[in-house]
Structure formats: C-alpha cells, structure tokens
Design a protein. Structure first.
Lengths: 262, 262
C-alpha cells in the first residue's frame, strides 16, 4: 500500500461541490471514478476541504491509499489525461503512511473576488460576485482586522456545522481593491466603469474554517463596505456567538481555495 | 425611427458565434429575440465583427433602427435585465441616421491569451489557449513586427473569406509575456510552474481583419515561439499570398474582441 498526496485545481461551476453524492457530479466522485477506470482499484479520497457547489480551488489537497504497480507520477499523468478540463491534478507525491490531508493541515488560504463595476463581468461571471454598488474597501479592511487572532467564530458558521468546537485562529484577512487581474480585462477603451478599480479581493488565511465561514465573513464585510454596519460592529458580531447577528452569506462562485499548508 | 449604437460584451463559450443561425444559439440571435420580446419589434442588428463560435468580446459594436417610445437608456437597461449572464450591453446611445457600425470602423483591437504553464488553467479554460510548451515571447514579438503596416494578408485569411480585397493595415501587434492577469491567479503558493510568467498576450489592432486573420497570425507566431520558424519567415509568408505558407490556426477560445474605434 502506498499513500499518495494530491494537489488539485478545479472549476467548481458544474459540480455539486467536493464531497461525493449519489447521482450528482462532484469533484471527489470524478477523481475516484477516474482512478478506478485506470487502475481497476476503488480508492477513497480524503479531501482537506469540503468545498461547496460552485466554489473553486487552485490548491485543494487530498490523500488516498492504493496498491498498484504504476509509479505515482505516471499514475497522476494518466489520471490527468482522462479528467475533464475543469479538474486538474497539479502534483502527486508519495507520502509517509501517517500523512493525513485533513488532520495535518497547518493553515489554509481562501480568496474571494467581488466585482463592483456597473456592467456584468461576462468573462468572469462564474468566478466573482457581481455586486454593482460602491464598496468602501478601506473600511472593509478596517473591519477585517477584528477577525484576526483566536476567536469563537460561531456567528460566522452556518447552522449545518456540526464540528465540536467553533474556535479558530485567523492569521490574516486582507481586503484589497484593484489587484492586478483587473487591468488586463478593463484596459478595454470604451468600458465606462464607475471606478477604474472595480475589483475587490479578500484573502482569509486560518488554521481551519467552519462551515460557510469565509462566505459569511465576506457577506458581513460587504455590509460594512456599503455603510450598513460600522467596522466596530464586527467585534460585537464575534462576541454574540450567534449566526443571526452577522450579515448575509455571500454567493459561492466568488470563492476559491488557494492553497493548504502542511 | 431612431438609430441606436450598442457596445456589447459576451462570453462566446456557449454560442455559435455572433451571426444569426437557424436553430442554434448566437449572440445576434439572443439580442434580437430579447429586443423583440420587450418591444414587440423585430429589428436587425448590424454587428461590426462576425466573431466565430467560442470567441469572446468586451467591446463588440452593433447598430439597429427601431420605432419605439421607450428612451434608449431604459430600453438598454430592460434588455440587459433579460439577457443571460453571458451577454451584457455595456452602453447604448442614439446616433445619427448615417452611423454604420460596420462601415464607419476606424480600427479594431483583438487580444489573444496563451497559457504555457504545465497544468491546465482550470479557471481560464474557456478564455485562453492551453499550450503547455516553452514559447520564446521575444522572438514572437520580433516576428510580429513584420506584420505592421499595409500588406496583402491573403496568407492569413481562411479560404472561406470572400472579401474583394485582402489588403489591410495592422497598426500594432504586441506580444507580451506575463501581463498583470497572471499574478492574481498564480500567486498560489504551491503551483509549480515551469516559469513564473506562463501567460502570453497578443494584441492586434488593425483597420479591419480578414476571416480568421488573428487566429492565423497567432498560430504562425506560436510556430516562431517554438523555434520551428525563424522570425524572418513571417515576411516570406506575407509575400507568398497563400494560406498554406502560414502556420496552423489557433483555437477560437483564446480570442477576445476588445474594442472598436469610430
């Protein structure tokens, strides 16, 4: 038996999330089926993050065990060649038997894209939240600072979360307007945007996340950016330990799991 | 009767191009049907560029005439609200009766994206040519200089082109590696790329284009970048006035019509 660690990128648009479901396309399902087709072995993948339907990943990590003569690198190449273009194995490496993609996580980073321009961003419709209103990214960045450190994030966890503890440590929560991606598409001369910097990018790195935690944080920061909440309200929301005290959930398709550190 | 000029953005992935076709979804078809549904008037759109299936646009321009009491701006907003998220009207303005979106074009700019990284770019699969080989963008840029100016571009026109003259003027043809868009997605820590600059962007501005001209130019420049053609060969290809002398055609989904100048 060998243990293999996979780093995986995917476009979540056409899937019902990472975790296997009966009769519905999922990332885990497609990967397990592809490995089975090629090797004749039914393996179970243990993915570090159970990303939701519509959420993307550039650095999901999963482990599995297999008893198969094909070298790891060749196996990964063969799987890659059979995968749809929306899923890609970025790396595959044999790891020690005690490696665990879920338990050994040191930190994870999620990135969320918001587009505040007037016009629908047709080429990024599946990769950002189209929110055509003015957002003050400076006050959003200020509000985000209250989230940094070890806290009980119960107010930012959806009710379905069944984890025993809701205490997590956020290492950083950066709100930036106009990262480089904006320019490439918006240099187009006759695009008449409200602002020349219509993109907002929110990076959240933590030692772990509760169910829907990033999307609930983003929804709350957007309320701050719109002027509906004062930045200080985020501190009160944290203390309330009650989901109903925070803002609405942000849609899934703006979210991308960027990397996981071990 | 009013004449209206529309500037339109679209994701061409799910369409059979701009031009109307029976029983197949096209951009022109969707727009004309949406206008008819809202106003009860069947209008004909005259689009400046007949983009192919899979080709995108951020600044397509079309005109049409309509006899309808709704102000232009309200009409555009109503149409936008009914359009699928893959098509967006960026601006609508009433123009003089002699305006012609096709004939009055001064120049157009197309942008082509190539991704040369090892791994499939899952989040940009529909918006670039995934070409996982080393390309020398400096020699491509050198080769591109031979195309600038007034030339007979017959070697770069697909056979289906029925235009009377194949003489056009290319105002610029810029080949750049690693434009800003790359960083945003590739800052992800564990993406192990061959080069840190896996994107190549080719901008071509001309007073007009022959059928498939940009894609044939890109396909030829890629042969240069791979070292199969010397940059000087582009001069000989131009002089040959024969499609078979140039490189293969590049796929449609890397191409985007950026803007049209009047």
């Amino acid at each position: 038996m060998r243990k293999i660690k996979l780093t995986i990128a995917y476009d979540g648009t056409d899937y019902f999330g990472w975790a296997k479901q009966k009769n519905r396309p999922t990332i885990q399902g497609v990967l397990e089926n592809t490995i089975a087709e090629l090797t004749g072995k039914y393996v179970e993948l243990f993915g570090s993050s159970r990303t939701d339907a519509g959420v993307h990943a550039l650095g999901q990590v999963a482990h599995f065990e297999i008893d198969c003569p094909v070298p790891t690198e060749n196996l990964a190449r063969a799987v890659n060649n059979k995968l749809p273009q929306s899923i890609s194995i970025i790396s595959a490496e044999q790891v020690k038997p005690d490696f665990d993609a879920i338990k050994n996580t040191k930190s994870k980073m999620y990135r969320y894209w918001i587009y505040t321009g007037v016009n629908r961003p047709v080429l990024q419709a599946h990769y950002c939240w189209y929110y055509p209103y003015k957002l003050d990214s400076a006050v959003m960045a200020q509000a985000a600072q209250y989230l940094i450190g070890e806290h009980d994030f119960k107010s930012f966890a959806s009710a379905a979360d069944k984890r025993s503890s809701s205490i997590r440590t956020i290492l950083r929560c950066d709100v930036q307007s106009a990262p480089e991606i904006s320019y490439a598409y918006h240099r187009a001369a006759n695009v008449n945007e409200r602002s020349s910097l219509p993109w907002i990018c929110i990076d959240v790195e933590a030692d772990g996340f509760l169910y829907n935690m990033v999307r609930n944080i983003v929804g709350t920061l957007v309320e701050v950016g719109r002027g509906r909440y004062k930045p200080e309200k985020v501190e009160k929301i944290l203390k309330a330990c009650n989901r109903s005290s925070a803002g609405p959930i942000a849609p899934p398709h703006g979210l991308c799991l960027m990397w996981i550190r071990y």
